[in-house]
Design a protein around this ligand. Structure first.
Ligand code: RFL
Ligand code: PHB
Length: 392
């Protein structure tokens, strides 16, 4: 088999890249280790920046998103049992954020690709990448147990944090930057209408909690829990009781409860690899960087990376020049590091850390007080949250 771009991984990065390339008449094949059903049901992100939404709409995969998503002009930071609204729309000159589940984007992108006659090979195994340092890239894998080889001009490593592309780059080429946290997020989906119209990020002495949503009937809720926490220790009753305690507010606000139909724990991590490219292989999305979910940047960064990567491939196939491709990593990393800073800052402001002293608690409260009262601080928060302008 031969194609122009071999894409490993059908997450948001791989599928969006395939979509952008297909629109430009560049051939690609996507290979994915999971089944179509699995990736279309995997519960992950939900919050999209304005730029991500605009790109999905502009490139023709935003129709269902426009019908079914929820647009938010602001959010709430809650501490000391009081809510403080940040009006992002007003502070950013009219930008919003959008709630639309990651697996819905996956469904839309898979459907668009298959309709356009593009290939996604699901349920492959034993994936290895070769030749990206000597000019003849190829991807080897098994499809239904049979060995296959896909030769290509370039490889896009869109295979997430635990993928094979990044570890295939020779030792000594990459520098890793990492911060691990001693806590994770327990996330649930519940059949309950959202308790607030917009997201509520809560700081509480028992730990962070986040109220978000998927639809007007379904709530998504998160609790900070220790890293080694066993989900079996969290009965539905315990989850609701802990949420009620942490998000409690003055006045007549009430947490809506309902049957929980999905739950899981995800660790928090900040990670970047530099550079995000080696020879004829490019890393995009979680394969190159991970942010803690507090700033809701992961999926949005994956989309920002492949937007830059697609521009590089377009230049190469139109002119033979690799000027833009050579700068891929440099261009992406500027945005990546700003998203890292923001996600780390929000995580630090809102979570309990093992090492916290009474000083740190006061400092966090002062930060929250500042962010919810100073127009300058709120503006900085808002412009990062809705997404910084695209880098070129
Ligand atoms: P993905 O989504 O992990 O996709 C990688 C794909 O590669 C496949 N794969 C392989 N395929 C072939 N061969 C191999 N050897 C392979 N190894 C792996 C995998 O099966 C998978 O299909 O990476 P991508 O595309 O870079 O996308 C990144 C996003 O998924 C991620 O950053 C976000 O989900 C992060 N995130 C959030 N991001 C946001 O922008 N907004 C949010 O609100 C938000 N909330 C979240 C989140 C992540 C969370 N968890 C569970 C980690 C909330 C949570 C709880
Ligand atoms: C979500 O809706 O899943 C979500 C929203 C905001 C975050 C993280 C996750 O910061």
């Amino acid at each position: 088999m031969r194609t122009q771009i071999g894409i490993v991984g059908a997450g948001p990065a791989g599928l969006m890249l395939a979509h952008l390339l297909q629109l430009q008449g560049i051939e690609c094949v996507v290979i994915e280790s999971r089944s179509r059903k699995y990736i279309e049901e995997r519960v992950r992100a939900g919050l999209l920046e304005q730029g991500t939404v605009d790109l999905l709409i502009e490139t023709g995969v935003g129709k269902r998103l426009q019908r079914e998503s929820l647009t938010h002009q602001g959010l709430e930071l809650r501490f000391n049992r009081r809510g403080h609204r940040i009006n992002m729309h007003e502070l950013t000159g009219g930008k919003n954020v959008t709630i639309y589940a990651q697996q819905e984007i996956i469904k839309d992108l898979v459907a668009a690709r298959l309709e356009a006659g593009g290939r996604i090979i699901f349920e492959v195994s034993d994936v290895t990448v070769h030749g990206f340092d000597n000019g003849k890239p190829s991807i080897r894998f098994r499809e239904n147990g049979e060995a296959r080889e896909l030769q290509c001009d370039y490889i896009a490593g869109c295979d997430g944090f635990h993928g094979v592309c990044r570890p295939s780059i020779p030792a000594g080429v990459l520098t890793e930057f990492e911060r691990v946290y001693s806590f994770g997020w327990l996330g649930i989906l519940a059949q309950a209408p959202p308790s607030s119209h917009e997201l509520v990020y809560t700081y509480h002495e028992r730990g962070f909690a986040l109220l978000t949503m998927r639809t007007p009937q379904i709530s998504r809720l998160y609790l900070q829990v220790p890293n080694d926490e066993d989900i079996e220790q969290w009965s539905d009753d315990r989850i609701w009781s802990e949420l009620r305690t942490r998000v409690a507010a003055e006045g007549n606000w009430k947490l809506n409860e309902g049957p929980i139909f999905q739950k899981g724990i995800a660790p928090l991590r900040s990670y970047v690899v530099e550079p995000m490219q080696y020879g004829k292989m490019f890393l995009a999305g979680d394969a190159a960087h991970i942010v803690p979910p507090t700033g809701a940047k992961g999926l949005n960064l994956a989309v920002a990376d492949v937007r830059i990567l697609a521009q590089g491939f377009v230049e190469f196939y139109a002119t033979g020049k690799t000027r833009h491709l050579e700068r891929y990593s440099e261009i992406c990393l500027r945005r990546v590091w700003k998203a890292q800073r923001f996600s780390w800052w929000m995580t630090n402001m809102l979570h309990l850390f093992d090492t916290d002293t009474a000083f740190d608690r006061r400092r966090q409260l002062a930060e929250l007080d500042y962010v919810t009262t100073s127009r300058a601080a709120m503006t900085s928060f808002a412009e990062n949250y809705v997404g910084l302008p695209w880098d070129e």
